[in-house]
Design a protein around this ligand. Sequence first.
Ligand SMILES: [Mg+2]
Length: 310
Amino acid sequence: MRILIAEDDFTSRAMLTATLRKWGFETAAAQDGAEAWRMIRQPGAPKLILLDWNMPEMDGLEVIRRMRAEETEEPPYVILLTSKGEKESLVAGLNSGANDYIVKPYDAEELLARIRVGQRMVEMQTGLAQARRDLAYQAMHDVLTGVYNRRAIMEALNREIARTGRGGGPLAVGVGDIDHFKLVNDRYGHAVGDEILCAIVRRLENGLRAYDLLGRWGGEEFLILAPGCPVEEAYKLFDRLRASISAEPIPTKAGPIPVTISLGVAVGDGSQAGADLFAAADAAVYRAKDEGRNRVCLSVGTGPTDAGAA
Ligand SMILES: [Mg+2]
């Protein structure tokens, strides 16, 4: 753990640095409040700070006030160093947002004990922040394939429609449904089915443009959003995706398995609701199934009709 020592007195600063290093901590040092404030704002700054109260340029309390005014997930833990032993001063220091204080001249064992408390707090806070980020990620992503889950891709659909309505160009919405996937699961088991789902996601990802979005809608159904994609281009894009699935059998632990996908595509201009655009693409995928699978069908009625349909 790295600790920032903000202390204007050269001797105290040198001694604190030597002591902390002896205890196995990494240190950084600032010689006045302004320098401390600059260092605190750097990315990757130490999360534990020994902060002298009386310093030129900016005193410790002002540094704390500025720090506490910042919105951050992981605020630093601050131990205020002070020679002001009077109760009023300590109350003011803690009220300003210090986590702890220690009165100079400090006792080494007490200082170490208080640093350890701070270290535990910082570590706990870091762990919680990571857990929050993990949860936010999990809430948005499909566990098996790692792409957006249903909720996240639906939110993206509504976001992209709003953008389309603001002049972002047509939005192509594709629903992809793996052909005869139930037979694959029945014959080879769900573990192989999962392998196939993951392989298909990788193939779809490889075929998409950088700003296209892919989500798993449900079992073997995917939703693909292609912003700024007019009908003719949409057909080419989705047919390329289709071909990338059928081109080569998918290698699995049960051997290579040929798989195909049917796709339904609707192109919106921002005037349709997300659910309607999805329903239109979904109806088109049923048509693709009816017409023999392993094909792309464009929705009739949203945007120009299916002039390019297979
Ligand atoms: Mg001082």
